[in-house]
Design a protein. Structure first.
Length: 362
């Protein structure tokens, strides 16, 4: 079966699924993207095609270009990631078997910026054979567009438990925290720095590791200096998967201050690595984290509440150990990558077989 992935070159979800499927027999994977793909992501037998940067002003030209590529490949399925750009582009191809993955901002943020994005979503959802949602709260939002529930499939990215392994951590006095979200204003990383400053002001020993890049990096470094925690905070930038796992295993607490989310792969990876999650009290997180059971939820955009959570859990070994056990079981039994890829393959097979039955009636 030939599958065309259509996604941003930094979309880890699409890259990870493409890599996983390319390992399977009977699958030939093409990855059509908007730029180059980093060398360490070029795995297995995937064919990468650079379509050029997506721009609405050039969508007709890019549609023409994409159609030429599709006519040459003759894919059985086109799977687009993010509805308001690549999802729109995919349905402009002269093919019928479309899957579109909703990633969060495309339904929760973009339509609030402009009604145009709302109508783009309506059109994409109508044309797609399947609409893939990362979490139940996203599924409910998709239904508000009038999409039949039988058309929606819901499951997250999945975690490679061979890569992200729980290494038992013996906590010392230092409150070791890690954040792995992009350094954009939207993610409210300043809340984390202010919480860290509060902890230091109480004479607690802290260490904060921030992995990732983004336009706010220099501003956040400046804020850390103003808060006098520059020695306690290290900005790592992008790292290899091996180093990423190493940093996860060196820390005790995973923090996400994001005010909106889909189904965060970073959260699942931290859970698989045996890190205690402390995340904002939003719908996406509440689906996965039950407060005081397998993590803690803090009031969104409230550094004092985040600091309180960190102080409380650092004293509570019983809750810490219980949450780690619960999360490891949850990842292994529900969010394991192999289970998710099996679900994805089943959906592809259904679309493929239905298309064949329609084309060649008995």
């Amino acid at each position: 079966m030939k599958i065309c992935f259509l996604a941003n070159h930094q979309c880890t979800l699409a890259l990870n699924w493409a890599n996983s499927l390319s390992e399977k027999r009977n699958y030939k994977i093409y990855f059509i993207t908007d730029s180059y793909v980093r060398a360490d992501d070029k795995k297995f037998s995937i064919k990468y095609i650079n379509l050029g940067e997506f721009k609405y002003g050039k969508i007709l030209y890019q549609s023409y270009k994409l159609n030429k590529i599709v006519r040459h490949i003759k894919p059985d399925i086109i799977h687009a990631f993010y509805t308001t750009n690549f999802g729109l582009l995919s349905i402009l191809t002269n093919t019928n078997n479309h899957v579109v993955t909703v990633q969060g901002s495309d339904i929760f943020i973009e339509p609030n910026k402009s009604k145009i994005f709302y109508y783009i979503n309506k059109i994409v959802f109508k044309k797609a054979q399947k609409v893939h949602s990362m979490a139940n709260h996203m599924t409910e939002e998709i239904k508000r567009y009038g999409v039949n529930k039988n058309k929606i499939i819901t499951f997250p990215e999945g975690v490679n438990i061979q890569v992200f392994k729980n290494i038992q951590k013996y906590r010392n006095r230092t409150i070791k925290m890690i954040s792995t979200r992009r350094l954009k204003r939207f993610y409210q990383n300043d809340v984390l720095l202010k919480a860290a400053s509060t902890l230091k002001s109480k004479n607690l020993i802290i260490k904060l590791t921030i992995i990732g890049e983004g336009p706010e990096k220099e501003n956040l470094k400046k804020l850390a200096k103003e808060l006098q925690i520059q020695k306690e905070v290290q900005f790592i930038g992008y790292v290899s998967r091996q180093k990423y796992c190493k940093y996860l295993n060196e820390n005790y607490y995973y923090i996400s201050t994001s005010p909106s989310d889909g189904a965060s792969a970073s959260l699942f990876e931290a859970m698989a690595s045996g890190i205690f999650p402390i995340v904002s009290n939003i719908a996406a997180n509440k689906e996965i984290i039950k407060d005081h059971e397998n993590g803690l939820l803090f009031e969104e955009n409230n550094p004092l509440d985040l600091a309180k959570c960190l102080i409380d859990i650092h004293k509570n070994k019983k809750l810490y150990d219980k949450a780690i056990r619960k999360n490891i079981d949850l990842i292994n039994n529900v969010y394991c990558k192999d289970l998710i890829i099996s679900q994805l393959k089943e959906e592809y097979e259904k679309i493929y077989n239905n298309a064949r039955a329609y084309s060649f009636p008995m």
